[in-house]
Design a protein around this ligand. Structure first.
Ligand SMILES: [Zn+2]
Length: 146
């Protein structure tokens, strides 16, 4: 009798372990598709934006585990020199308004500072879901003089 109870406990334990493993596998990481990245005025898709203008972003996000936060990071690629008092233009924005959604079309614009230097920039798009899964997508970006 004792052995049976012990066996039952062991089986129950094994089932619980299997169940928790399955649960982890069930929730897929967020899937990010960058559709468009470009000039804000024309909602362009040539991966360029003008100094003093806006960057247009059209990005699809599917998050089975529900979106928690979306982060956009833009930083200069390679060597940028500070000249004429220009500062390095960098973006690190957190978007929480999509929190709780399973999928969304992220259509947002980011202002390109008038003091930004022209050149190559790196664009990072990071999605964290409510299960703690994280996915990211990246793209090249060119900032041009108006
Ligand atoms: Zn747009």
């Amino acid at each position: 009798m004792k052995n049976r109870i012990l066996l039952f406990v062991v089986i129950l334990g094994a089932v619980m372990i299997l169940t928790s493993c399955n649960k982890e596998n069930e929730v897929a990481k967020p899937v990010i598709t960058i559709h468009e990245l470009g000039d804000g005025d024309s909602h362009g898709n040539d991966h360029t934006a003008k100094i003093g203008g806006e960057l247009h972003m059209d990005i699809d996000v599917v998050a089975e585990g529900k979106i928690d936060v979306i982060q956009v990071i833009i930083h200069p690629e390679g060597e940028h020199h500070e000249k004429d008092g220009h500062d390095e233009w960098e973006v690190d924005s957190i978007y929480t308004k999509f929190s709780g959604l399973k999928n969304t079309t992220f259509h947002e614009h980011i202002e390109v500072a008038a003091t930004a230097e022209p050149g190559d920039y790196h664009f990072d798009f990071i999605v964290t879901d409510m299960e703690g899964n994280q996915s990211s997508a990246e793209a090249e970006l060119e900032i041009i003089e108006e």
